[in-house]
Write a protein that binds this ligand. Structure first.
Ligand code: ADP
Length: 259
């Protein structure tokens, strides 16, 4: 890919949006979408006007995590009104195709769909649009990082070495296209047994903090591996909304406040 300066706020694609933040990860399954949803709900709770754009064309999971279904309303000729829940405006390809449909689109079609989800959606005025990028650091992600007018990127990782290698790749990818790295979040950082309180560092806690330090980027915080985070996320009732007094919700709020 060719290096290109990050577009300024209020870009042609997203004129009313002050800040566009990518939530990215080097590989799938690290909890990127869960983190994106909980950060978005934390922002909404703080009266930030927030949107969440699901850029994962091949595996959109945001509609389910925000308990959204059905189809967005068409306003005018070709503008879609974003769906909304928990104070978050949301657009996803998942609203436009059946959930169990395999996407066989090629790269250019994906790019077009992505542009339409920015340009042809009535996002209105937003303080922040979080973009849940597809996992990985391949060509597709690089092109997206170039096309989406990003203000900055947050990298989500689990703490084990193999995931951290991907953090380095992810950071390199954004640097190639001059997108500032806002920092790294360590997800599934440790596990506390709900029965006895014993803490187990299943994936080797602290690796993301150490990697961030080594690469000279901020460490934004850690989220433990916890059953309630999984069940709330997978059932469309984010923990920040359903258990606002939990320490997990507080962690998400802390990270969101720093963005
Ligand atoms: P990704 O977007 O990186 O592919 P997801 O957000 O879809 O990952 O998360 C993958 C699975 O892990 C989901 O079932 C989700 O509920 C679960 N999960 C994510 N973060 C946590 C966590 N901190 N504790 C427990 N389960 C989690």
């Amino acid at each position: 890919g060719q290096a290109q300066a990050a577009p300024q706020q209020g870009s042609e694609l997203l004129p009313g949006v002050k800040s566009v933040i990518a939530i990215a990860s080097g590989k799938g399954g690290v909890g990127k979408s869960t983190t994106a949803v909980n950060l978005a709900t934390a922002m909404a709770a703080q009266n930030v006007r927030v949107g969440l754009l699901d850029c994962d064309i091949y595996g959109p999971s945001i509609p389910r995590m925000l308990n959204l279904s059905g189809q967005p309303e068409l306003v005018g000729e070709r503008t879609l009104r974003p769906m909304a829940n928990y104070g978050i405006k949301c657009m996803s390809i998942g609203f436009l195709v059946a959930e169990d449909t395999a996407m066989i689109w090629r790269g250019p079609m994906v790019m077009q769909a992505l542009e339409q989800m920015m340009r042809d959606v009535d996002w209105g005025e937003l303080d922040v649009l979080l973009c849940d990028l597809p996992p990985g650091t391949g060509d597709a992600q690089l092109t997206m990082a170039q096309r989406v007018p990003l203000t900055g990127a947050v990298i989500v990782s689990t703490p084990q070495d193999i995931a951290l290698l991907d953090v380095t790749r992810g950071i390199n990818m954004f640097q190639q296209v001059n997108v500032p790295i806002f920092g790294v979040v360590e997800n599934m950082s440790y596990y506390v047994c709900p029965e006895c309180g014993h803490r187990a560092e299943i994936f080797h806690h602290g690796g993301a903090r150490e990697t961030a330090r080594r690469l000279g980027v901020d460490f934004l915080g850690e989220i433990p591996l916890h059953l309630d985070i999984r069940t709330t996320s997978d059932s469309g009732r984010p923990i920040v909304v359903t258990q606002p007094d939990s320490p997990h919700a507080a962690s998400y709020r802390r990270i969101a406040a720093g963005l």
